[in-house]
Design a protein around this ligand. Structure first.
Ligand code: 6R9
Length: 655
């Protein structure tokens, strides 16, 4: 049941097709014929296609070399390599003449009484001032700056000021622990940290500065800390190291020349989880990323001047980078930045914000939709939402039930939904409907954008054709692709290009139907997707085994109604330890403290032993089945060293 309606009320069939709305087919930036043409051009002559699209950003020196990419050998990806630009100037300075007084950022606070508008002119001035502050602190081209801020306009100011002086920003989500923050600072040797006294979320405060102080105890590279006053909460300031943001900015000059950057100079690092080891620093460069951000923001959301565009992500994730800051600002859009959560003060908040600010394009995650569905239609229907014309989804597969609720209840069957598939690594959207070109099927990300060459391969890397299911790869580069893992090119090559040589492997599985539509089935590696957040099972395991009472741990994902996937941990204790409820709680708290709240295990099962092959490999396939309660179909267990282990685990399954 969906609150007061069941899914069958929406005439739900899995192959239901929603044709392109005729008015959109004639008014959208790209219609069906336009899509086919663009797709063919980008495939047959990428140089010409992207030379033209590159003109959407402001170049100091326009590129003449367009594409120079190689998915074999050492893997080298270069786009627009002789072009010179500055991302901050492309997002700000060039809009001043035409739309200096237009709102760039609408900020909506956690408290529904707090909101403000920042114009392009004001944002430009703040960025120039803060760029001068950073220069004064000795930060320049190529230096790394870690940003650990809540959802306040200063987060966008900090990003753009880094871009302005040529520094590389690395944003760490405010929900990460001091340990996670310190690992990410150490990996890139950041010299400056920008943080806040506290964050605010759902009426509660998050102790960012206190967390930062803990992290910095093990980060000698950080010479300066700039602290934005958000709540005014009392925090310790270390003289000489810590500085008040407002004071520095007030004293700085509002005039700043943007640093001319090469298209292939790094713009940012963003850490993301993989199937092994510690999170890796995904590196994006300036020209290709910005062109891709602008191209996809304009066409996927069919953005038009006058739209009020709202992406509910946090700037700590890639979606916030590309679709709150860089894409919308590159296109001169009005972008809404929301500090709060969907359920505070109540489950109507999203829809009230839409009415308050006349939002026309709304982009959120399936997990938010599913959690709001629980409260039924009431909280939605008490708002008007007449300003809405387009809805978007990102972060994980959207189940058809959630899609239909989003379409019928939120969008009043009037707004197309763009289900956008992409990754931190891809920089921007790769597979998505275009509102004026693509008929929609609930649950399908539909078709690749121009310039995107997906293919499905079997376990041996053999291409599968026609309607089929397999491992999702990309056979050629697109401008927004990541360039390397910061400081570890070998890991880049190993992670993405070694499984299927010559192809970029996404880590996702997908089905392709007879219409060529892609249906992403989820990760096929040891990455789990919890509420749209990527979590490596290896990370959670290493946090668990770091606890003094834990001998061994194995972590898998399991289906979760709201989160998409939940975290299920099998824990083997040291011989002398007793498995108690108290210890279970202690381990959950331990993981939260080690990694952050998003990594909290949903279930911990005490495992006297783990199922292993005779060569000692944990058989995760079996652990996944037990966690999902699919114990009748455990598959082949003949290679197990001790089959009795499985019987024990099945009997004592939690949940
Ligand atoms: C943008 C973002 C990437 C992983 C990706 C896939 C999943 C994202 C999706 C989707 C199905 C969609 N994913 N969008 N799965 N349909 N529309 O989320 O980046 O945090 O790096 O996660 O998320 O599994 O591989 P990131």
């Amino acid at each position: 049941m969906l609150g007061n309606r069941s899914v069958t009320d929406f005439d739900h069939t899995h192959d239901q097709v929603f044709p392109v709305r005729p008015d959109l087919a004639s008014t959208a930036h790209i219609n069906e014929a336009g899509y086919r043409e663009a797709y063919d051009q980008a495939a047959s002559n990428p140089e010409a296609f992207w030379a033209k699209e590159a003109q959407r950003v402001a170049w100091i020196k326009a590129p003449t070399k367009i594409k120079n990419t190689n998915f074999t050998g050492d893997i080298s990806i270069k786009w627009f390599e002789d072009g010179v630009l500055n991302a901050s100037a492309s997002c700000l300075d060039r809009h001043l003449a035409e739309r200096g007084d237009q709102t760039a950022i609408i900020w909506e606070g956690d408290n529904p009484n707090d909101s403000k508008h920042v114009t392009y002119r004001e944002l430009h001035e703040q960025v120039c001032r803060f760029a001068n502050v950073m220069k004064g602190l000795g930060v320049g081209r190529g230096d790394r700056v870690t940003i650990y801020l809540p959802m306040v306009p200063e987060a966008a100011v900090a990003m753009l000021a880094c871009a302005r002086v040529g520094a590389i920003h690395s944003i760490v989500f405010g929900g990460f622990s001091p340990d996670s923050l310190s690992n990410r600072i150490q990996d890139c040797n950041a010299t400056l940290l920008i943080t806040a006294d506290e964050g605010r979320r759902g009426g509660r405060s998050v102790p960012l500065k206190a967390n930062a102080d803990k992290a910095l105890a093990s980060c000698p590279s950080v010479k300066n800390v700039v602290v934005v006053k958000v709540t005014g909460g009392k925090v310790a300031m270390q003289p000489g190291r810590d500085h008040d943001y407002a004071t520095l900015v007030a004293d700085a000059s509002p005039v700043n020349e943007p640093e001319p950057m090469n298209a292939e100079d790094p713009l940012f690092i963003l850490y993301t989880s993989g199937s092994t080891g510690q999170p890796k620093g995904v590196l994006h460069t300036t020209g290709g990323y910005l062109v891709w951000a602008s191209y996809t923001h304009q066409n996927v959301f069919d953005y038009r001047p006058g739209d009020v565009y709202w992406c509910t992500a946090d700037v700590g994730w890639v979606t916030g980078h590309t679709y709150i800051v860089y894409g919308p600002l590159a296109n001169g859009a009005t972008t809404l930045m929301f500090e709060g959560i969907p359920t505070y003060p109540d489950a109507s908040r999203f829809w009230q914000v839409i009415d308050k600010h006349k939002v026309s394009i709304f982009y959120t995650a399936p997990t938010a939709i599913r959690s709001l569905m629980r409260d039924g239609e009431g909280p939605v229907k008490k708002t008007a939402r007449t300003s809405l014309r387009l809805l978007g989804s990102v972060g994980e597969p959207i189940n058809p039930e959630a899609w239909l609720w989003y379409y019928h209840v939120v969008g009043d069957a009037r707004c197309p939904i763009v289900d956008t598939w992409w990754q931190t690594e891809t920089g921007g959207i790769l597979i998505s409907p275009l509102p004026g070109a693509t008929a929609l099927k609930p649950g399908s990300a539909t078709l690749p954008l121009p310039g995107v060459r997906p293919l499905l391969v079997d376990g041996d890397g053999k291409e599968l054709t026609g309607a089929t299911e397999g491992n999702l790869c990309l056979s050629d580069s697109w401008p927004g692709q990541m360039r390397t893992v910061y400081g570890d090119h070998a890991r880049f090559k190993q992670t993405y290009f070694s499984t299927f040589p010559g192809l970029y492997f996404t880590g996702d599985g997908a089905r392709r139907d007879a219409d060529g539509y892609y249906w992403i089935t989820g990760r096929v590696d040891d990455v789990i997707n919890v509420s749209g957040h990527r979590m490596g099972t290896a990370e959670v395991e290493s946090a668990l085994v770091a606890h003094p009472k834990v001998a061994e741990a194995a972590v898998v994902g399991f289906p979760h109604d709201i989160k998409g996937q939940g975290i299920y941990a099998y824990v083997t204790l040291n011989a002398e330890e007793e498995p108690t409820e108290e210890l279970r709680k202690e381990l959950v708290a331990w993981v939260r403290q080690e990694i952050g709240p998003i990594a909290s295990p949903d279930a911990i099962q005490w495992a006297p032993a783990l199922p292993k092959t005779r060569s000692g490999k944990i058989m995760r396939r079996i652990l996944r089945k037990i966690a999902a309660n699919e114990t009748e179909s455990l598959g082949d267990t003949s290679t197990l060293a001790d089959p009795a282990v499985v019987t024990e685990l099945v009997q004592n399954r939690v949940g």
